[in-house]
Design a protein around this ligand. Structure first.
Ligand code: 13P
Length: 292
């Protein structure tokens, strides 16, 4: 079943678990996320970044919608890091049920204005909106964006931002970065900062850069308002490390049915473990068809 982010995260927020939001940019990753969600009886989000949609083109979303709609567990199709109104309208036209307007690099008032414009548009057709305040970090190798130096979310400003924009979910900068962390970088999640934001902001919070963080910190973050966790690199690393090994072991194999199953299985196992960690395993039963 395909629903919007507001309805998906309301249940997660109230029941103190987080839903994984996985970047899918080919049919293998769609299969990975749907298989993992169904085996775990878990809700899940499939998200596509503007760089990824440029690669796979608009028609890919019809395939993702068809696959998600047919599933018995709840899914959202989400635009990851939309940067312009064109990204937002393109996603609405393609049939996403949720979009992110990331204007976090702009001054506060301009971020509010850009995000509010996206909300006014998306809410007309019941599409949910995620905004971002503060700036998430970026590690080498990730093309998701982010700043070299993290700009932590200010709790007071976060409350004003949510009120003035009307967003459904807020991405917060509390220490994580996109991609794999270099040894030298402090990447601990600042739980005190998160608690302060959670006290002021009464909508579900989003953690970007969910890869390569200690399980304990993720568990703690979920206790303090994080209801959506973006995860890309860990899943891709599991898939491509296995694909490289399969290719090395079988230099004359060219058929997808010889190359893909092991990589797909490795990524599916990783996603299932993350669903356990985020607390979403078994929670699909909390969503009552017909009530949403
Ligand atoms: P990771 O690649 O660190 O998992 O981050 C993904 C993400 O936050 C996408 O928005």
């Amino acid at each position: 079943m395909l629903i919007n982010m507001k309805d998906l995260l309301k249940v997660a927020y109230e029941n103190k678990f987080a839903v994984g939001s996985f970047n899918v940019a080919n049919s293998e990753f769609v299969k990975v996320v749907i298989t993992a969600a169904e085996e775990q009886n878990s809700p899940a989000i499939m998200q596509i970044h503007p760089n990824e949609i440029d690669l796979v083109t608009d028609g890919f979303i019809a395939y993702v919608r068809e696959a998600a709609s047919k599933s018995k567990v709840p899914f959202v199709i989400h635009l990851d890091h939309g940067a312009t109104i064109k990204d937002i309208t393109r996603s609405i036209r393609n049939g996403y049920t949720s979009v992110m307007m990331d204007a976090s690099h702009l001054p506060f008032e301009e971020n509010i204005a850009a995000t509010k414009e996206a909300v006014e548009l998306a809410h007309l057709v019941d599409v949910s909106v995620e905004g971002e305040l503060g700036t998430i970090g970026s590690n080498e190798g990730s093309s998701e964006g982010g700043a070299d130096e993290i700009l932590y979310t200010n709790p007071e400003e976060a409350a004003i931002f949510v009120e003035q924009t009307g967003i459904d979910t807020l991405a917060v900068a509390v220490g994580t970065s996109h991609g794999i962390y270099p040894q030298s970088k402090d990447h601990s999640i600042k739980i005190d900062r998160l608690k302060q934001i959670h006290e002021k902001v009464k909508i579900p919070l989003v953690l970007h850069g969910g890869s390569d963080n200690p399980d304990e910190e993720i568990r703690e973050a979920v206790k303090h308002g994080i209801a959506k966790i973006n995860l890309s690199t860990d899943m891709k690393r599991a898939f491509y490390n296995q694909l490289r090994a399969t290719l090395d072991a079988n230099p004359n194999a060219y058929e997808p049915d010889q190359l893909m199953p092991e990589a797909t299985k490795a990524a599916t196992e990783l996603v299932k473990k993350k669903m356990d960690l985020f607390g979403s395993t078994g929670k699909a039963s909390l969503y009552k068809l017909g009530e949403i």
